[in-house]
Ligand binder design. Sequence first.
Ligand code: ARG
Length: 465
Amino acid sequence: MSNKLWGGRFKKKTDKDFEEFSKSIHYDYKLAKYDIMYSLIHVVALEKVGILSSGESLKLVKALGEILKDVKTDKFKPDLRSEDVHTEIQNRVEKKLGKLAYKLHSLRSRNDQIVFDEKWYCLENGLAIGKLIINLIANLFFLAQKNEGQFIVGYTHTQRAQAVSFMVYIMAFNRMFERDDERMERFCNNLFAYIGAGALAGSSISRKNYKEAIKEFFKQDIRAGKIKPLENALDNVSDRDFILEFLSILAITQMHLSRLAEDFILYASKEFDFFQLPEEFCTGSSLMPHKKNPDFLELVRGLTGRIYGNLTSVLTTMKGLPLAYNRDMQLDKEPLFSSTETVKDELKIMAKFVKKIGLKKDSISKALCDESLYATELAEFLVYQGVSFKQAHDLVGKLVQYSEDKKTKIKDIPDRILKSFHKKLDHKSILRIMNPHYAVSSKKSLPQHKMISRRLPKKKTRKNK
Ligand code: ARG
């Protein structure tokens, strides 16, 4: 008999080049764990409809269990001669049980198995990514707390704008990552794997039997709730929106990681000189002895191309596919694995990175001495003195211009001249208003309570204190 799952009707051998070209075993072996899980449920269902005796199903369960153990202990080395992961597992069961294994693939199709496998892959990795995001949030929070009371220059259009607290600066990134984590949690909560689609038309195993098989397989395990008899067989074998949703969530997370990386790259440059990057994550130059380059951050920023590309790749593959399963869909796996593995690695390393980043407080203080950062606060001070904002804006603008023309600090302009701009302006009021403490404390719209992350487990916060 053919070593393929479909050889019977073919007289000629598959062209060798085409065979290699069409294989997916070299990447879809990563789904082995989930594929075996589905097979285990399927064996219980087959016994229910009388296709397997209880003795036979016991033997199949045992053989599948042994293969699963190899997968879990990393002993599973796929045979690259197999077409795909489903064939590989079938062959392994055949090796263990001989002809009995031929019954395993009754009443089912790889079209159905592959969706099940991919959904579980997304689910398990979605949960793992959520944990990695929480860890990054915790470490960013640790960085903010370590530098409590610190101010930093805030920018718009990459031009100095207003002073902000470092806590707010870091927590801005934490808010982004919190939303990523929430998005991933919603995705995982809404994701269900359906079984029983057959190739496209359904299977002769009843919904009741499937339900019982799921229950018997999982017993009290809460994961049982994640598998259901299907709602529409055609849809089930051709649904890849969950992969697109997963890749979209990863693309957004990647965009946030890239923005964080870019801020660190920019602010660590001599031109800004706010951050000391941890050496463990930097490299040098083979020519220029002085260099310390932010390679980790640059790779994160650069990988955004790949992560967006993976989403675009699957979107484009899916566009215009007729119902139901088409082999095109096999091509969703490499982008899925690539985005998942890349984002996981980045989150893991970024969490370590942010814990070790240092602040160059002297340079930051020097930058914060730029009086233009407090022009807005000065204008608003005048507004509280009864000046209209338009007038105050114009007046402070002229004052900044005057100080630039005279090459003097506003705080060094004599009272007589300051008062000629407005009677409430003098050296004392300028000193009181034009500093980061006043600038930050005058903002009442920000929450005054400690800005602890919503997503952070309480215990972790305490531990990091
Ligand atoms: N390896 C295929 C995929 O990843 C699943 C198998 C279905 N193949 C088939 N010829 N019906 O989509």
